[in-house]
Design a protein around this ligand. Structure first.
Ligand SMILES: [Zn+2]
Length: 176
């Protein structure tokens, strides 16, 4: 379920509610940009780096890749298969985001992605590709380090692979 509400007339404020969690706002100046992995990670660490449980957020970017808001799509023992493209992209489209970045924290302190992280990233990357709201990065953050799927070359591999999930080999879109 999502709910959109405008702030004061003319104010660029968007409140998005998904599931039970109230999300957020806007005002790009305060949020810096997330056009590269370091910046996305910096924003993500500020948002969720200290969380003691796992939290997944979607950063919404404007045309200049400035972060203009975010939505929280999952919290707690996150089952990746329950994070759907609908959860991720519906609020992003409603917020008129030009692109998005995904971020979640690993309270364990190790930022290495798991199998489910890769699978989820591949699906959402293709979803963004077809929706025209590209997934620019997926960063995993801890308090003092991060992992970037983009920097690791994961998206390039996806493109080169012609639409098959790197993890399971399942076709994610019609090839050709
Ligand atoms: Zn993870």
């Amino acid at each position: 379920m999502s709910e959109l509400g405008a702030g004061r007339r003319g104010a660029p404020r968007i409140v998005v509610r998904t599931r039970a969690v109230t999300l957020h706002l806007s005002g790009s100046a305060a949020w810096g940009t997330a056009g590269c992995a370091d910046e996305a990670a910096e924003v993500a660490r500020a948002l969720i780096g200290d969380q003691v449980s796992e939290v997944m957020v979607v950063l919404h970017m404007d045309a200049r890749q400035g972060v203009v808001g975010f939505t929280e799509v999952a919290r707690g023992g996150i089952n990746r298969s329950s994070v759907t493209a609908r959860d991720v992209f519906l609020p992003a489209l409603a917020a008129n985001a030009c692109s998005i970045a995904l971020a979640h924290n690993h309270p364990s302190g190790s930022v290495q992605p798991g199998e489910a992280d890769r699978r989820c990233t591949a699906s959402l990357w293709w979803a963004g590709y077809y929706l025209g709201v590209p997934l620019l990065d997926h960063v995993i953050v801890c308090r003092d380090s991060h992992y970037s799927f983009r920097a690791a070359g994961f998206f390039k591999q996806l493109e080169a692979d012609g639409g098959r999930c790197l993890s399971c080999g399942e076709a994610l879109h019609p090839v050709g």
